[in-house]
Write a protein that binds this ligand. Structure first.
Ligand code: HEM
Length: 501
């Protein structure tokens, strides 16, 4: 047993030793980017607020420039805030910047990174991404789910239409989260929960807990020798509990899919596809049940919230900009003619609508710092030496407002995209809501298929008004903390039927 005296000595000397070590490496590493001064051991951790990190980092970039550094406990971090440096990191040094930091919550809930989003950059990740892009997220697969999207959006429009008939105020946040989770549950595991049912609320609670834990701060991630704090404050126990509940839920879903009597007449879902891949054993590694569970987490986490948040932000921007609202409604209604519902193909012809979607993802991208990355090896960026294992934040929120790249960057002005070839597929570094390079979002086509169909039909079927006594200036753009930026205060609107549904 270690004597208490030795333990006390260690507790006193270890932080001192680390402080001296931090100082020494900073002195040795003269070419590291500048940044705000921090405290010994914790660095800048006490100065950062998780709920609006992208805003704080934007303010700091005004002082320290488009590349600056932070000390997060014992970990070094850099922040990139210009299109030029985004290109430098996500294209020219793409390979070196393709890692992900190993964070406790994310690792635990993804079975130690047996998936795509949070896995480190290695052979396994390349292989699993290839499999998913080919078999799960391909255009063919996305099209095969179109009847699900159409059915669910139609049902949902009918529900809003009944609100409209009874002049009921619609809570768009609630409605859209419910729709996007219904679509993703059907696509991912073929389930359709009753709106008010216990099962749906169990699923939502689990998903919310999972996302909260993935975005939570664990001391161990930044100051490992103080990791005991996570045990003391109950974070570890909470993580374990949530992991067990989620694992039970995934296992139930997989067991249902493995039942030989299962009815597959309604088509394959993502779990079916993954189980087939597992059974065929045609891959370069054994796809296990844990891989399937981890990829299941990816789909739920990546797809549900991002889609819902984007639609809410689009409607928020449009209700605050009646000119744009009218123009885009005229366009979709013109293309829709006498139809009662706009199909996915109809929407592809609506160029102003497409510009509205781009402008929404420019000003209100749901993941403003993308997904944080980590360098795999030392490299030189803008004359600075960035060591291996540095955490990298690409502040896309700031990049999307760069006055060098955008005229009137704060204005919601979709016309800027008409006649312009700028898109968000990872080639134009001033617009990167889906990231760029090796880790670019592989779900772009899946995302756009839902986003287009939902927003276009909301605009096609209804005129939108603010509840009595509310002015457009009253609608705020505050956000909730989390991996995805949701509008904090729900968007309440009154729908008026434009069509007989
Ligand atoms: C509005 C919708 C969406 C937005 C804005 C979005 C955005 C992003 C961003 C910014 C990243 C990180 C890119 C980077 O690190 O540079 C990402 C990664 C990812 N997204 Fe999406 N996403 C959306 C929808 C989806 C959907 C629908 C799916 C799948 C069904 C999906 C699956 C993924 C996966 C698997 C990754 C990890 C890729 C990797 O690390 O290799 N996303 N997404």
């Amino acid at each position: 047993m270690v004597s208490p005296l030795v333990l006390i000595l260690c507790l006193i000397t270890l932080p001192l030793f680390i402080f001296v070590f931090q100082k020494q490496t900073t002195l040795k590493n003269k070419a590291f980017p500048p940044g705000p001064k921090g405290l010994p051991i914790i660095g800048n951790l006490h100065q950062l607020d998780n709920s609006s990190l992208y805003l704080q980092l934007f303010e700091l970039s005004k002082k320290y420039g488009p590349i600056f550094s932070l000390q997060l406990g014992l970990r070094k971090a850099i922040v990139i805030s210009s299109p030029e440096l985004a290109k430098e990191t996500l294209k020219n040094h793409d390979r070196e910047f393709a890692g992900r930091p190993n964070l406790i919550g994310q690792q635990k809930l993804t079975y130690n990174g047996l998936e795509m989003i949070f896995s480190p950059y290695n052979e396994f990740r390349r292989e699993i991404r290839k499999i998913c892009v080919t078999h799960v997220l391909s255009s063919r697969r996305v099209s095969s789910f179109s009847s699900i999207r159409k059915f669910e959006v139609k049902q949902w429009i009918k529900k809003i239409s009944s609100h409209a008939s009874s002049k009921k105020v619609t809570n768009l946040n609630e409605m859209i989260i419910s729709l996007s989770s219904t679509i993703i549950c059907r696509i991912a595991f073929g389930k359709r929960y009753d709106d008010e049912g216990v099962e749906k609320s169990r699923f939502h609670d689990l998903l919310n807990e999972c996302q909260a834990m993935m975005a939570s701060f664990f001391v161990s991630d930044y100051i490992p020798f103080l990791g005991w704090i996570d045990r003391l404050n109950g974070m570890h126990a909470r993580l374990e509990r949530i992991f067990k509940e989620l694992d039970k839920f995934y296992q139930e879903v997989i067991d249902e899919h493995m039942n030989p009597n299962r009815d597959i007449s309604k088509g394959e879902d993502i779990i079916d596809v993954l189980l087939q891949l597992k059974n065929h054993r045609s891959l370069s590694f054994d796809l296990t049940i844990d891989h399937i569970k981890a990829l299941f987490v990816d789909t739920l986490v990546a797809a549900t919230d991002t889609t819902a948040a984007t639609i809410v932000w689009a409607m928020t921007a449009l209700i605050k900009n009646p000119r744009v609202m009218k123009k885009v409604q005229d366009e979709v209604r013109n293309f829709g003619g006498q139809k009662d519902f706009l199909e996915e193909e109809d929407i592809q012809k609506c160029s102003y609508f497409k510009a509205v979607m781009k402008e929404t993802l420019r000003l209100h991208l749901p993941t403003p710092l993308l997904v944080p990355k980590e360098t795999n090896k030392t490299c030189i960026i803008n004359g600075y030496e960035i060591p291996s294992k540095t955490i990298v934040y690409v502040n896309a929120w700031a990049i999307h407002r760069d006055p060098e790249a955008w005229k009137d960057p704060y204005e919601f002005y979709p016309e800027r995209f008409l006649g312009s070839d700028i898109d968000f597929l990872g080639q134009h570094f001033e617009l990167i809501p889906f990231g760029a390079g090796r880790r670019i979002c592989p779900g772009i086509h899946m995302a756009l298929a839902s986003l287009d169909l939902i927003l276009a039909n909301l605009l096609y079927s209804f005129d939108w008004e603010l509840p009595q006594g509310i002015k457009k200036e009253d609608i705020d753009t505050q956000v909730l903390p989390g991996l995805t930026q949701h509008k904090k205060n729900p968007l309440y609107l009154i729908a008026k039927n434009n069509k007989d549904l």
